[in-house]
Write a protein that binds this ligand. Sequence first.
Ligand code: RAM
Length: 343
Amino acid sequence: MKIKKLLLAAAAVGLLAGLSACGDKKADAGAAGAPQQTRIAMVVKSLGNGFFDAAHTGANEAAKQIGGVEVIYTGPTTPSAEGQIEIINSLISQKVDAIVISANDPNALVPITKKAMQRGIKVISFDSGLAQEGRQMQLNPSNAQLIGEKQIQMATKEIGGAGDIAILSASAQATNQNLWIGVMKKVLEQPQYAKVKLVATVYGDDQSDKSYREAIGLLRSHPNLKAIIAPTTVGIVAASKAVADENLVGKVFVTGLGLPSEMAGHVKSGAVKEFAIWNPIDLGYAATFAANEFVKGKAEAKAGATVSVGRLGQVTLDAAGEAALGPPFTYNAANIDEFAKLF
Ligand code: RAM
């Protein structure tokens, strides 16, 4: 009887030992460099925005090209800093390798992204930036001066050089839109824009319904309005729809930053003559590629350092730890169909 019990106990210990050896082997295989996944989380301003869906496509392309990279695509349902803070907290517990974020606020997220960096997580902001102390790098889609200037030029041309204009932006704290609006206001001080008057700036929070209501509000409270500039892909669609619904096509022009796939109908209706954007797939691809370079220790967060962005070449960090991709492209009736198929 005793012997039987002893044998059983020995068998159990053996079994446990075997199991734990098994576990160790698994861990060793990972540490030996074999297929251990790098997890890169892309945290966007909000889910359900076509611009970020396109950036996600780019992130997946980078992951596939690099190999061994898993992309976790996430974001709050509405563009708030609080929602992103909650998400980052959970990504810290999940011990992801990098966070690639389009920030809903330049400063409010800094304490949490600093915490992530202290835990060894690389933080790259893209599109809408974080303050420098809260990230390793900011990847801008293009030069802010160019983006701001372009939008004033398009609006001025469409209204024949004179008249009231208004801005329908995304959320009031968005780093990127606020940067571009700052440039637009400066550009309007130039003598050639003396007859163009910015009468209002409103915020639709990158939500279709709120943006639509804000656009209707602009049209009704400013009967002399000649153009709405929406530096947001959500806002520009909503403003175009508002102009059409109020029977103002040809009287009020909409321009700004949009996705060709979402704007084709409004270009054809005449509510929009021209708008601009960069390639959002490339932006998501480059940000994800750069994040992986930091994870692999191949990139450094210092002024003058170059960071590879894969098929797009390399970018150089300036003193603020920022880098930019190429100039925005302009879309109109002549080329919209060709690009509407892409993004
Ligand atoms: C919206 C977002 C995004 C911005 C584009 C142009 O989709 O606000 O941050 O870059 O518009």
